[in-house]
Design a protein around this ligand. Sequence first.
Ligand code: PMP
Length: 418
Amino acid sequence: MAQLSPLLKQATPVVVDHGEGVYLYDVDGKRHLDFTAGIGVTSTGHCHPDVVRAAQEQIGKLIHGQYTTVMHKPLLELTERLGGVLPSGLDSLFYANSGSEAVEAALRLSRQATGRPNVIVFQGGFHGRTVAAASMTTSGTRFSAGIGPLMAGVHVAPFPYAYHYGWDEETATKFALRELDYLFATVSAPNETAAFFVEPVLGEGGYVPANTAFLAGLRERADAHGILLVLDEVQTGFGRTGRFWGHDHFGVHPDVVLIAKGLASGFPLSGIAASESLMAKAWPGSQGGTYGGNAVSCAAAIATLEVIQRDGLVENAAERGRQLLDGARLIADKTAAIGDVRGLGLLVGSEFTTADGEPDTATAQKAQKAAADHGLLLLTCGAFMNVVRMVPPLVVDAAQVDDALRIWGEVVSTVTGS
Ligand code: PMP
């Protein structure tokens, strides 16, 4: 009898039968409040009827149209619709299947377009698990352990993770930018640097938002030296943070945006967006794959965009996100075990620390497991896996947020004895 490889490690023992909205139902009929949303993938909720209908209709018409041979209608229609939400000037799109592939595509584009070998990433960033993307990932050594030698040409600068440093945001930001300049002077000269790859909010790295001064500092240096600013919006795009793009909070204009996850409500689809003139500098034929821009995934993405815009899901993410953040902060106020609660929109993280401020992985894991026992699915993140994150579908309502907070409050009180 075959069995699942231990590589398919799961955070909870739940075996799902079906999903609906914010809920997952397991094979024993138990209902779970899904505050993981597949790490933000099921943006419109599980099996949103409009997304299901669009995908079913598409399946009967065309499943696969290899874009190196023919073009198909859903790909063209999706591209046109994305034009309405992408940052101005980023109107040329390339499609793939996963976030990691989008990272690979942007890496190739950056190197080919600039003729420079290096990329600079920011500590705590997560960009994926293919070897190139893992080489650019610094949110935990577990993502790159044992697979080296890693790709050359990746250099790491600090991210303004103020709580970790024990500083205020301004000090952390000044430090991060000063270190970046030091990196330019010591390791990766600006004219050897093709791109910055940065997340608007560190996702796997612990739900740490960037800030306006930091991203403005990157933009300034990118402009001064012809470096590309690549924003990895794989986890933060499509309304997740309460604005359409994570970077909308910080008023920065990217050269390249990476999209995946929430884009197609769970169907595999990703992409990169850049200006046509930049995209034209990539070498034709060097990018691509068999399944990129699959017709059913594109149809699901079109329906997803329609639902997000029609049903005001970005605004909902902002309002419910505030409710969730405020509620999680009130819970943290009652215990010394949670040192920081932070986030943007429906990305909320509670960081567990010991009395002397060290990461408290054990308590975070205990709380996550206890929440699952009480029907609330959560995940941990952060380099030390000591941040419990809440990332429900964007359709979550006020009563469901209250429900999750009630369970979370009980769990935190039991686990921390406070
Ligand atoms: N970038 C970011 C910011 C992500 O959060 C992820 C996935 N967690 C990826 C890239 C990689 O995406 P995928 O798992 O689809 O390859």
